[in-house]
Structure formats: C-alpha cells, structure tokens
Ligand binder design. Structure first.
Ligand SMILES: Cc1ncc(COP(=O)(O)O)c(C=O)c1O
Length: 399
C-alpha cells in the first residue's frame, strides 16, 4: 500500500541522468567535470564560521517554528532595500515565514494552495515548461491537475498566462513562476510579473514566485514580485502572492538549508500552520548566521563578479555556437545542441563532462515534442580554470 501518485513521479532528472550515463565510463585518465547540478561552489563568506560555532547550547533547543525576530527583521530590511519598498511596508511578524531552504517551501505551496475542489471540479496547478521539478511533485501530490505553460523562445522563455485555456485558468489554485528561471536563465519583466499578479487576483489563485536566483546576474538586477506589488499598490499589496528566497545560491550555502517566504499575510499565516505539522525548523545557530548573511552584500557582489568572469569566458569561447547567450540571471548555460540526450551521453563518454539533457527538465507537449529536447544545461559553478577546461571539452566533442 502506498500513495500511487508517487508512481507517476519516478522520473526525477538526476535518476534519469544516472540511468543514461552509468552504462559508460569517462575515458581513462580524464578527470570528470560535474556540471549537471546547480550546486554553488564559490567559497562561503568567512565571517560565518564563528557564528555557526558560538552559542553551542542553542543546538540543544527546539528552534521557534517561525524563526527569530532578529532573522525576520534582517530579511525585512533586505527586502525593503532590494525592492525599493516603503520602510514600514514589510511587517516581519506578518509578511515573512522562515523555511529550511526553498525546496521544501515550494513543495508545501501545493498543500497550502490547492483546495479539494474549485468551482466543484479538480483544481489545476500552472507551471512553466521546462520547470524546477519540485513544482510538479507539489501539484501532483496536492491532487491537482498539472498544466504546463510553454516557456520556450516563442514566449521569451517565461510562461504567458494569456495563452492558458479559460477552463484551466478558472480551476487554477496555484501558479509557479521562476525568475531568473532554471534552466533557461530568463528573467520575467516587470510587466510580465504585474500581469501574472493580475491573473492571480482576477481568478483567485496563489502566485508562487521562485526567486532563488535573483541575486545571480551579470547585467541588470532582475525585477521581482515585490517590484510588481510595489507598483500595483493597494490596501493589501501582496494579496494572492508569495515569493521564495534562499541563501543557497545567493550566499553559496546550499548545505545551510536556509530561506524564507514572504508575501500575503493570510497565506503566510496558513503556511505557518502547515509547517507546524510538517515543516523542518531552521536550527538557531543557522538562523543567527542567516541574519548576518542577509545583512551583508559584499560577499554577494564578490560572487556575482566570479560568475560574470565565467560567463564572459564561456561566451567568448562559444562565440554564438549552440545559440549560447548571456542569461538574464542564474548560473546556467542553456545550450541548443539539437539532441540534448545524445550530446550529454557523448560528452560524458568521450570527455568526462557531465551535463543535464534539457528534456529531463521538461514534459512532452501534446504533440509529443519536448521543449527541452534540443538543449543541455551546464551549471557554471566551478572556478574559471575548470570552466575553461569544460568549454574546451564541449567544443572539441560536439564541434
Ligand atoms: C529554481 C529553483 N528553485 C528552488 C531551488 C531550491 O533551493 P534551496 O532549497 O536550496 O533553497 C532550486 C535549487 O536548485 C532551484 O533551482
């Protein structure tokens, strides 16, 4: 006896990648380069080491489920500065929930938003295609119908709500947006964000905006949900919306498991109730460390400089091949190699370069085509020399 929905979720991209590549070995003597996973590798800021080890007695206490006041006020200050908000517009006790990384919280968004029925029928959960895999698990396990919105070149690699069928929109309980997007690196414009908020309010669904890559950019600072809410204004400027932020990518600390959700106070209240039952609290020393990280921008700027140097190098070497271009944000190269799965196999077998086929991050369209099929995703998380080595191998193998 088990939850049969899990049977439909058996194709997690990294499982599929292992099945594809574990039948072969990289050539003898070649040191593998792993670029399949978005695990930041820049050094974490040194100032956190003492913070994690002082107050050891705090490991012996259950942390408050919604975090410390200090952490919530550090986050409120960060939001005000980052999104140019009025200083009193974020109430740390009402607008913010502390979460142990955004993956869990993005999953819980499904349980939070999806009712048993909407207008007497099964609700839908809308998400871009390709997409971060947690969204589909969240929608399916909340027993909604998952509806995929094309996010390819024709829509600027972001979903377009005006193309959603009227019935799917009417039944919508939740929609995900990811900006900057994994895997394409596309950034939703302020207009697109405002339009999405408008749809959420008009059709009364929850808009979940995943901004975990918001601080990784090499050009202009990407706009976010709170820019849209600020411009839209109103009595409840965050109504129907939640934004998800994390220290994993911003501060190169995916192992810290520290993030937050902010937005509509009614939704935050319900999220806290949900987390009382099934949420992992963030340990107190991690919360103290997180507060210091949200208060520091120097390490974030230094990290951005490293990504900028790597994109400069990689794009210079690629010189437009595989339709390579500078993403609006994030740290992925999303390369059109015509057949991503065949390219991933060849790169591993012939060059010891491990990348992810784009098809594994997307679902097939009704006509059987897959919007990720032509692509590979490469995470530019290593140092400059390794990046140079990886692009050299890529060019030599696929040229
Ligand atoms: C788009 C996207 N959202 C959310 C996450 C989850 O990040 P974390 O749980 O580390 O905050 C990831 C991690 O790779 C991601 O790519």
């Amino acid at each position: 006896m088990h939850n049969d929905i899990l049977d439909s979720l058996s194709d997690y991209p990294f499982d599929r990648l292992r099945a594809l590549l574990n039948t072969t070995e990289p050539p003898a003597g070649v040191t593998p380069i792993h670029m399949q996973i978005g695990e930041p590798k820049h050094a974490a800021p040194e100032f956190i080491a003492p913070l994690l080890t002082e107050n050891m007695s705090e490991w012996g206490r259950y942390p408050p489920p919604n975090g410390t006041e200090d952490l919530r006020s550090a986050i409120a200050d960060w939001l005000v500065k980052r999104y140019d908000l009025a200083p009193d517009s974020i109430d740390p006790s009402q607008h913010i929930a502390i979460v142990s990384g955004t993956r869990e919280a993005l999953f819980m968004a499904g349980l939070l938003a999806v009712p048993t029925e909407k207008h007497g029928v099964q609700p839908t959960v809308l998400m871009p295609n390709p997409f971060y895999q947690v969204y589909v698990g969240a929608g399916a396990l909340a027993r909604a119908e998952v509806v995929y919105l094309p996010a390819g070149p024709e829509t600027g690699f972001q979903p377009d709500f005006s193309h959603v069928a009227a019935d799917d929109l009417k039944r919508a309980a939740l929609a995900y947006i990811n900006t900057p997007a994994n895997p394409q690196g596309s950034v939703a414009t302020l207009k697109q964000l405002k339009t999405a908020v408008g749809y959420a309010r008009e059709h009364n669904f929850m808009l979940a905006v995943d901004e975990c890559y918001s601080e990784i950019y090499t050009g202009e600072k990407p706009p976010g949900l709170f820019d849209a809410c600020r411009e839209l204004g109103g009595d409840n400027p965050f109504a129907n919306t939640l934004v998800f932020h994390s220290l994993s990518k911003r501060s190169n600390l995916p192992g810290l498991r520290s993030g937050f959700v902010a937005g509509d106070p009614d939704l935050i209240k319900l999220l806290l109730r949900l987390r009382q039952y099934g949420g992992a609290q963030v340990p107190l020393p991690v919360m103290n460390t997180s507060a210091a990280l949200w208060r520091d921008e120097a390490h974030v700027e230094a990290s951005r400089d490293l990504y900028r140097a790597k994109f400069d190098l990689a794009l210079d070497m690629l010189d437009g091949k595989f339709k390579a271009s500078r993403p609006g944000g994030g740290f992925y190269l999303w390369l059109n190699v015509e057949d991503g799965e065949a390219a991933a196999y060849k790169l591993w077998a012939e060059a010891g370069l491990r990348v992810l086929p784009g098809a594994y991050l997307a679902r097939d369209n009704a006509d059987g085509t897959n919007p990720g099929a032509a692509y590979i995703r490469m995470a530019l998380v290593h140092d400059l020399d390794t990046t140079h080595d990886a692009i050299t191998r890529l060019l030599a193998t696929l040229a």
